[in-house]
Design a protein around this ligand. Structure first.
Ligand code: MG
Length: 260
């Protein structure tokens, strides 16, 4: 695993392909600061400007790949010409065409039933929030402080999930439990899918901050450059950078390089 200095050197010295780079970025915690309530998250102006400048370049494609629903992340960012991927890459919008993973569509019915069941007992856990993203659910506990309450929440969720074990799975992310369809598909697969669409000359990098992004780093392995936004003890990513400030510095480097 390498750090910021190596990444910077690589970006400055042409370690990236000069042509055709797909930049995949997670949203919450990577581009936008993590907020106590998910709907409050906002793309910082400086990052927006950098993404807009990158999006103008023909040899660059920027994809925002989030666990949020596609419509939600598209609205949060709102820059035309970007590629948007929602539900951890299960839904992808490229040039106004929306693609949805067919197995996820098939399992959406279970997600809806489970959502209704969870809503029945969730009010007893204050500080939680259930986000129904149609293809998956996010059970947020950003405002729950007590570890015992989080443990209890987890056990309630696991019990409710047990009839769906063959179809759905729980992923423990940053202050949330994600309920997703049991499909071998993550943000990394979404990146590989996009490269196929764009053409063989395209190379990709992916930046993410969450434990759940580790699946993508693992899937991508050597097929794309991977960057984890820290802190992390272990990562499958090739580079580990300290915080979102370095994401901004990295995007700036790319702007400088591709505007030359
Ligand atoms: Mg994130």
């Amino acid at each position: 695993m390498q750090s910021w200095n190596e990444l910077k050197t690589r970006a400055q010295n042409g370690g990236f392909p000069h042509k055709n780079l797909l930049i995949g970025c997670d949203f919450d915690g990577t581009l936008a600061p993590f907020t106590l309530k998910p709907h409050q998250a906002k793309l910082p102006t400086e990052i927006r400007k950098l993404l807009e400048r990158l999006a103008r370049k023909k040899e660059i494609q920027v994809a925002v790949i989030s666990g949020r629903a596609l419509k939600d992340v598209e609205k949060k960012v709102g820059i035309k010409r970007l590629i948007y991927c929602g539900n951890h890459g299960l839904e992808i919008k490229i040039r106004d065409q929306v693609w949805i993973h067919s197995e996820a569509t098939d399992l959406a019915e279970h997600i809806q039933t489970l959502s209704q069941k969870i809503r029945r007992w969730l009010p007893q856990f204050s500080g939680t929030e259930l986000e129904n993203k149609h293809l998956s659910l996010s059970l947020h506990y950003r405002r729950v402080r007590k570890k015992s309450a989080i443990k209890k929440l987890e056990s309630f969720l696991k019990k409710e999930m047990s009839p769906y074990g063959d179809h759905l799975r729980v992923v423990h992310g940053k202050k949330l439990f994600d309920v997703r369809p049991k499909i071998a598909w993550d943000k990394g697969d979404a990146i590989l899918h996009l490269i196929k669409q764009l053409g063989p000359s395209w190379k990709a990098c992916f930046i993410g901050d969450d434990v759940t992004d580790e699946e993508a780093f693992h899937t991508l392995n050597q097929k794309a450059l991977s960057i984890r936004v820290g802190p992390a003890k272990n990562t499958h990513a090739q580079f580990l950078i300290h915080n979102r400030g370095y994401v901004e510095r990295f995007l700036k480097l790319l702007v400088q390089r591709y505007e030359k």
